[in-house]
Ligand binder design. Structure first.
Ligand code: HEC
Ligand code: HEC
Length: 378
């Protein structure tokens, strides 16, 4: 016997309808709160359903789709062929680090990744400066317009004008050790010898990263872009102000970067003896302008105008750095300029009282720093 019911005047059907309506209204309010993250906004913990969060969800979804399509393709030749997994931004979506396989191949991939990110620690005997591969190939070599390794992986072997022959991936990596990592000043004195495990592990890492990308597909986002040339051309003097406004906070006014308490660079040096040498691709004003516009200031990519990118690249690339290793194949800096530097750069010019391309000595470098930045070499 239910006395409670007896006290109600409304028929039971009406009460059921009211409660259903109530539930629906609550559900809609709840959905809206969730959809627009109203609670998070009210409690101040709101962060845009962050672009990177959405991006990583899209990537995971694209990778899952690839796996499904492959499974169908394996069992049914009439199935749709697996398509390239693509990020929200429209670029190839490499697999997540957590998807590195748990086997011997995966071990090599992991070692390759460690070498790429902490080159000085994991391939130190071949590194003659304070850089890591990932300083110029951002997000561990995964970021589009940062010369990503997935794009490189499907593009070699390829012909290169730099040495006028077909280059394997090993040749290409050898080039970045020789020039970008200034291997001539390393313990070993040169890039790793042919067939070295360092190459094999790096190649495993790149090969794994490109899983799902078609060979020779020239994927969008490969290499660094080049900003269009401007009417004013580039000017290192104008670039000084751009540098002060956008770069010095991290790379320091003297371009020598900043170290943490353990003496490891958190912001890498841009010129001087700890930087890349005159043979590295980055010393070209056009290459640097593209790298900088697409990747710097860190966290604000694509914020500099074309003019600013050209000017600041000219400023940074007009400072002294270690000699081009090919200097020893010539009679001197002028011949090196003639033979190897017929492009947009400052090699061979005398800027701020120093002939660029001459080997840096401790004495010449400290005199230069004293004169230009009024300080001892640090
Ligand atoms: C100082 C900056 C810098 C560092 C450090 C550096 N690289 Fe590079 N790397 C470049 C530049 C510049 C290019 C040429 C990109 C272009 O042509 O658009 C390049 C190109 C490459 C390519 C070919 C990319 C392609 O799509 O063709 C590979 C592979 C590569 N680097 C690997 C490495 C490895 C491995 C290391 C570390 C051992 C390394 N790089 C260190 C600047 C750097
Ligand atoms: C918020 C700090 C920050 C700012 C601001 C910044 N950078 Fe960087 N820069 C970095 C870091 C960190 C790296 C290495 C990237 C990595 O390892 O992920 C880097 C790498 C570089 C490199 C390649 C590596 C090297 O040492 O040669 C160049 C060139 C460069 N920055 C130039 C610039 C220029 C020019 C500006 C100003 C337009 C700038 N950066 C602004 C933090 C910064």
């Amino acid at each position: 016997m239910n006395t409670h019911d007896n006290n109600q005047h409304k028929p039971i059907a009406t009460r059921i309808i009211y409660s259903i309506l109530g539930a629906v209204v609550l559900f809609i309010i709840g959905t809206l709160l969730y959809r627009y993250e109203v609670l998070a906004i009210l409690t101040d913990s709101y962060s845009e359903p962050s672009a990177s969060q959405q991006e990583s969800e899209a990537v995971q979804q694209a990778r899952r789709k690839l796996a499904e399509e492959r499974e169908q393709w394996d069992t049914d030749v009439t199935a749709t062929p697996p398509a390239q997994p693509t990020s929200r931004r429209g670029y190839y979506a490499p697999p997540a680090v957590s998807d590195i396989p748990d086997n011997e191949f995966g071990e090599s991939v992991k070692r390759g990744r460690e070498i790429f990110v902490n080159t000085g620690t994991n391939a130190g005997e071949f590194v003659g400066n304070d850089l890591a591969c990932a300083n110029c190939h951002l997000d561990s070599g995964r970021l589009e317009h940062s010369a990503p390794m997935w794009a490189a992986a499907v593009s070699y072997p390829a012909y290169r004008g730099k040495n006028e022959r077909i280059n394997t991936m090993e040749d290409r990596v050898n080039g970045c050790f020789t020039y970008s990592m200034n291997a001539q000043h390393s313990e070993y004195g040169a890039a790793p010898p042919p067939g070295h495990q360092v190459y094999k592990d790096l190649e495993s890492y790149f090969y794994w990263m490109a899983d799902g990308l078609a060979l020779k597909s020239s994927p969008p986002g490969q290499g660094y872009p080049t900003p269009p040339e401007t009417d004013l051309g580039y000017d290192r003097k104008r670039g000084k102000q751009v540098y002060a406004d956008n770069c010095a906070v991290c790379h320091a006014t003297d371009g020598q970067g900043r170290k943490d308490l353990n003496g490891r660079y958190i912001f890498p040096p841009l010129w001087g003896p700890d930087s890349f040498n005159w043979g590295a691709g980055m010393h070209r004003v056009n290459t640097a302008a593209g790298f900088i516009q697409a990747n710097m200031p860190l966290g604000k990519r694509f914020s500099l105008s074309d003019q600013e990118a050209w000017d600041v690249a000219a400023y940074v690339m007009s400072f002294p750095r270690p000699a081009d290793p090919r200097l020893s194949q010539t009679e001197g800096v002028d011949e090196t300029t003639d033979r190897f530097h017929q492009h947009m750069d400052y090699h061979g010019q005398t800027v701020r009282g120093m002939k660029l391309g001459e080997p840096l000595t401790e004495a010449s470098w400290s005199a230069f720093m004293e004169e230009n930045f009024g300080q001892q070499v640090r």
